[in-house]
Design a protein around this ligand. Structure first.
Ligand code: DC
Length: 231
């Protein structure tokens, strides 16, 4: 069977990574979570004093970019690859609301994007890849055979993120999560470099009223049709 590249873009907490992981497992593809890469760079900036309350030293971060090495290692027990920052697993540290509240600012820096996009493009060796993010179908893989654009209402997405954070023991309020979701939507879709936009040839999936199973079945059907078209 032909292998394809699947690009999944969309707003935060639209379930991109959930469906990407399901697809990768089912098809035996590699899954790459590009949001984790922007989050890891943000975590580096926080840990190295480049972000202090509301102040963010973008110039210093650009200067220190050569010191940032990101990699993924497959975790068999979890069934997906975890992100490493300079050799240290930071999968848990990058999912906090604090990182979420700075990551959109860090993602506006062109030098950061250039570095990460270059690394992402090198990850495709012989197709068979599912990558999710904000600019995958528009910038990273404009020729991807299948492009999906995921949406859901802000309230639905905040509820999902709130559940996720509280389940792992973080103390957060629903309103703070909702505000973060809305702020990131705005910043991600209005930034100058590679804003979040639906590629002309992307298929939009609004999953506000879909179960995970319904969504997976629908998307798997799209994947199968695309693979058949490529044969
Ligand atoms: O998918 P996520 O919520 O973990 O992504 C975190 C942030 O990273 C998101 O708000 C914007 C940024 N991002 C980006 O600019 N480009 C990508 N390809 C992936 C994420």
């Amino acid at each position: 069977m032909n292998k394809i590249t699947i690009a999944i873009d969309g707003f935060s907490s639209t379930g991109k990574s959930t469906v990407a992981k399901q697809l990768a497992k089912h098809l035996g593809y590699v899954y790459v979570d590009t949001g984790a890469m922007y989050r890891a760079v943000t975590f580096y900036a926080m840990k190295n004093g480049l972000i202090d309350n509301t102040d963010f030293n973008a110039e210093a971060l650009v200067y220190q970019l050569p010191n940032i090495e990101l990699s993924f290692k497959f975790n068999k027990a979890l069934g997906f690859a975890e992100v490493y920052l300079n050799g240290v697993n930071v999968e848990k540290e990058i999912r906090t609301l604090e990182v979420s509240s700075f990551v959109s600012q860090v993602s506006t820096i062109s030098e950061v994007r250039l570095k990460l996009v270059e690394q992402q493009q090198k990850m495709v060796k012989d197709k068979g890849i599912v990558m999710d993010g904000r600019d995958i179908g528009t910038v990273v893989f404009p020729k991807a055979e299948l492009k999906l654009f995921m949406t859901a209402s802000a309230a639905t997405r905040a509820e999902r993120r709130y559940q996720e954070l509280t389940e792992r023991g973080d103390t957060v309020s629903y309103n703070a999560v909702l505000q973060n979701v809305k702020e990131r939507d705005y910043m991600d879709s209005t930034r100058k470099d590679s804003p979040l936009v639906k590629a002309d040839d992307a298929i939009e999936i609004d999953n506000s009223n879909m179960t995970l199973d319904e969504q997976f079945k629908k998307i798997l059907q799209l994947v199968k049709m695309t693979i058949e078209d490529c044969e």
